[in-house]
Structures are given as structure tokens and as C-alpha cells.
Ligand binder design. Structure first.
Ligand SMILES: *Cc1c(COP(=O)(O)O)cnc(C)c1O
Length: 365
């Protein structure tokens, strides 16, 4: 098979172990003689996977007992709506740190309007003035919000909130692209959610970690399928869960536990990111785009030094010819982005650095 270094932003690199055990299960799931994608989700073998998956989440993130974990379809983008549907009553604040944050806010604005509260969902602070290249600081969170929503990792512009902030109201976080990349103090959040397809699995499933007191405060009707309480009560089996995606997620978490969990992976992630940022700073051809103190350890964004703009397309070709896949920046920003999620091995980062160094040597004499 062709050797590829996978830097795609999502879906993206997953642990080889998780993929191999999924391939086995696709042929024979849990010794049943039935393929994973043909087994009933009501079978006891499948129930075992659901329980194992929840237990891994609980253990890896040290999730306290007053939280529920649900797994649903629809993507993180549908969770933007879920959050507003389930938590918006009077007022909601959002930290606008990028495209995803803005999309989440849009759903809340729609729900606010439909509940007769137009304008009551708004951005508390924004970094749109500098194309989301930093995380706003020094803003005040109104204490009368139903909740304050943050996007911990800005997948497209490469900034990240790498700590668990103190918040005077219920804190809600979209952690799609940095979940399980570091230890998280779950007790600081009312709700954490995200799509699996960045750090914890394939596309097709989302996770939501919900503190039990944040629900039940909304007076409007919440459609059954969009009500978190439905899925909590039925342990994510109200209807058919995305079995394949949940299986791969379980295998991915098993791998993470096996290598030492979130503390270990955080050290490795920091090391990978530091190596790559160091090279971007050293290399005359490239310039980093994110504010250094807010730089993401998951998505490393950079552009060609304007002096050498004409070398941009050539670098992408050169990288691709050397097996680097997915180094192109998001279509909305251009330039380059290397997504170096949990399962991205350090060898991939080293290979990319080598490629950047060679390209510099070839072009600067
Ligand atoms: C990828 C991503 C999303 C969107 O996820 P979908 O599952 O495609 O809807 C939302 N938020 C963040 C931070 C992301 O990285």
C-alpha cells in the first residue's frame, strides 16, 4: 500500500489498531459470526460495546457521576441546534472565534427569534477583526446568560483555548477538534459536545457530555429527537444508533487508553506542535498565521512568506509528491494547514518538516 502522511482536518488520521480491529469486526463481530454492520443494535453483544464506549469516555476524561454521555447522529452542526433548543430560554452568549463558532451562534439566533426573543443570542466577544487569528481576552461574560458557548479549538484558523475557563454561567463547549487531546476538568462545563471525526473516530457520530442540572429549564416544546433527555433516558438507543461509527470510536478510545490516556497524548501533542511551529518560525519560506500564545496544538496553520508567494503551489505539489496529504489550508483561508491530531504519529510531523526544509533548500540558494 502507498505510504501516506495524513494531515487532513477531518475525517482524518485514526489509529491503525482501531482500523484493524474494525476490519476484523466487519467480518465477525464479537465472535457472533455476524458482521458488525449486520448485528442488531438490541443484541447483548452490541449493548456491550455501548457500555464499553461510555466507560472509556468516563475513565479517560474522569467524567463525574452527575454527567450523562450520549452518542447521536447528525454531526456537530446539528448539535449547534440541539444546544440552543435545549438550553435557550432568555439569553445566550457566544465567543465568536471562527467559522464554527459563528455557525453555532446562527442556530441560537434562530431559536431565540422563534421563541420571541430576537437578538437575545449574541456574540460576547469576537476575533473576526483579525480573521480569527487570536482568542479574545478581557471580555466580560454577562451573569444573566442561560449559557456561554465556546469553541475550544478553531479548526480552520488554528487557534485554541487550551485551558478550562472559569465561567459565571453554564459553560457549553464545542470540542469537536480537540477533545481527548488534553486532560479536561469536565466539572467546569455544563455541556461538552463534538463530532467524532477529528480525534475520536469516524464521521457519523457525535458525543455530548451533559451535566444533569442543565436540562429541563426551557419552556418551549423541544421535538422528541432533538431533546437530550430522550437520548439520556434511552442511553442513546431511542432509535438506531450509528453502530459502525460508535464501534470505531470505542476502538480509538481503547488505543488512547492503551498508550496512557489524555495526559500522555497531551505531552506528545505538545511536542509535535512545538516541532512544527519551530520549523515554521525558522524556515524563511513560511509564516505562521495564529497569535503565538493562542496557537492550536491540533491544527497548525501557516502561509507562504509574501516575498515568496509564487512558490506556494509548488510547495503543495512537492509535499504531495513526498506523500504529504491534506496540507492545503481550508478553502476559506488558503495557505497551508497541517492537522496533527492524536493519531498523527510524530514520524509524520518529522516527514513534513523535512519536506519544508528540502523545499527551502531547493528554492533559496
Ligand atoms: C468539524 C467541526 C464541526 C463540524 O462538524 P460536522 O460533524 O461536520 O457537523 C464543528 N465544530 C468544530 C470545532 C469542528 O472542527
Amino acid at each position: 500500500m502507498k505510504k501516506a502522511y495524513n494531515f487532513f482536518a477531518g475525517p482524518c488520521v485514526l489509529p491503525e489498531e482501531a482500523i484493524n480491529s474494525t476490519i476484523d469486526a466487519l467480518k465477525d463481530f464479537a465472535g457472533t459470526g455476524i458482521p458488525l454492520i449486520s448485528i442488531s443494535h438490541r443484541s447483548k453483544e452490541w449493548e456491550g460495546v455501548m457500555n464499553e464506549c461510555r466507560a472509556l469516555w468516563k475513565e479517560l476524561l474522569q467524567i463525574p457521576d452527575n454527567y450523562h454521555i450520549v452518542f447521536l447522529g447528525g454531526g456537530a452542526s446539528l448539535q449547534f441546534l440541539y444546544v440552543a433548543m435545549n438550553l435557550f430560554e432568555n439569553k445566550a452568549g457566544y465567543l465568536e472565534t471562527g467559522v464554527w463558532a459563528k455557525k453555532a451562534l446562527k442556530e441560537a439566533q434562530g431559536i431565540a427569534k422563534s421563541r420571541g426573543k430576537e437578538g437575545a443570542a449574541f456574540a460576547v466577544a469576537s476575533s473576526a477583526d483579525k480573521t480569527y487569528s487570536y482568542i479574545p481576552k478581557g471580555y466580560e461574560i454577562p451573569t444573566d446568560l442561560d449559557y456561554f458557548h465556546i469553541t475550544t479549538n478553531n479548526t480552520i484558523y488554528g487557534t485554541e483555548i487550551k485551558y478550562d475557563m472559569d465561567c459565571p454561567v453554564t459553560l457549553v463547549a464545542d470540542m469537536s477538534s480537540d477533545i481527548m487531546s488534553r486532560p479536561v476538568d469536565v466539572s467546569k462545563y455544563g455541556l461538552i459536545y463534538g463530532g467524532a471525526q477529528k480525534n475520536v473516530g469516524p464521521a457519523g457520530v457525535i458525543f455530548a457530555i451533559i451535566r444533569d442540572d442543565v436540562l429541563g429549564k426551557v419552556s418551549s416544546y423541544i421535538p422528541t429527537m432533538l431533546d437530550y433527555r430522550t437520548h439520556i433516558e434511552k442511553e442513546s438507543m431511542f432509535n438506531t444508533p450509528p453502530v459502525f461509527a460508535i464501534y470505531v470510536m470505542t476502538q480509538t478510545l481503547k488505543w488512547l487508553k492503551g498508550i496512557g490516556g489524555v495526559e500522555t497524548i497531551n505531552k506528545i501533542n505538545n511536542q509535535k506542535a512545538a516541532m512544527l511551529y519551530e520549523e515554521i518560525e525558522r524556515n524563511k519560506l513560511f509564516v505562521g498565521t495564529a497569535n503565538p500564545e493562542d496557537r492550536s496544538i491540533m491544527n497548525v496553520c501557516f502561509v507562504m512568506n509574501p516575498e515568496y508567494k509564487e512558490l506556494e503551489a509548488g510547495f503543495l505539489d512537492y509535499a504531495k509528491a513526498n506523500g504529504m496529504m491534506g496540507v492545503k489550508g481550508h478553502r476559506s483561508v488558503g495557505g497551508f494547514r497541517a492537522s496533527i491530531y492524536n493519531a498523527c504519529p510524530i514520524e509524520s510531523v518529522q516527514a513534513l518538516i523535512k519536506c519544508m526544509q528540502e523545499y527551502e533548500k531547493m528554492n533559496l540558494k
